[in-house]
Design a protein around this ligand. Structure first.
Ligand SMILES: [Zn+2]
Length: 160
């Protein structure tokens, strides 16, 4: 019995070690915490998804050009499984842009948005955002829309 218990303890601690292997950039951590708390309030489970990732990071590998830059991206492994959430360092130029870009990418992954809701309609899940200012000004409603219309939430509530 004691041995079984020891084994269980070892097993549990090794699970903990594995889950600590998700590298999360300190500059994104407060936004991620806020996002995951929102998920919890909408009853969307994020634990397994979070620990499948290698990293949530600010990177300098995404394209930057005057015609448009990639501000964030889900990086996938050879099998197509998401292994990282990459945020372009450029998004840090403004904390509100960083917030929207991070929430957009988090929503692709944790809320299971496989597509965008429109090209440029002033929502967090638009393909491009003509005005970050409009979204921030309307933040609470934007968050409600983002969560209530999300595939993960609709699946969980049995909606369509
Ligand atoms: Zn997107």
């Amino acid at each position: 019995m004691k041995k079984l218990l020891t084994l269980a303890v070892v097993l549990i601690s090794s699970l903990t070690v594995t889950s600590q292997n998700v590298h999360i950039d300190g500059r994104l951590q407060p936004l991620l915490t806020e996002f995951l708390e929102l998920c919890t309030s909408y009853n969307i489970d994020t634990h397994d998804k979070l620990f499948k990732l290698n990293s949530i990071d600010i990177v300098n590998t995404l394209s930057v050009s005057e015609k448009g830059s990639t501000l964030g991206m889900l990086r996938r492994d050879a099998e197509g499984a998401v292994e990282a959430i990459d945020i372009n360092w450029m998004a840090q130029l403004d904390p509100e842009i960083l917030r929207i870009v991070a929430f957009h990418e988090f929503a692709h992954y944790f809320l299971e948005y496989a597509t965008h809701v429109c090209d440029d309609c002033g929502q967090i899940m638009a393909v491009v955002n003509g005005s970050y200012f409009d979204i921030i000004r309307d933040w609470d409603r934007q968050i409600e829309l983002l969560f209530e219309e999300s595939p993960a939430f609709l699946k969980q509530t049995g909606g369509s």
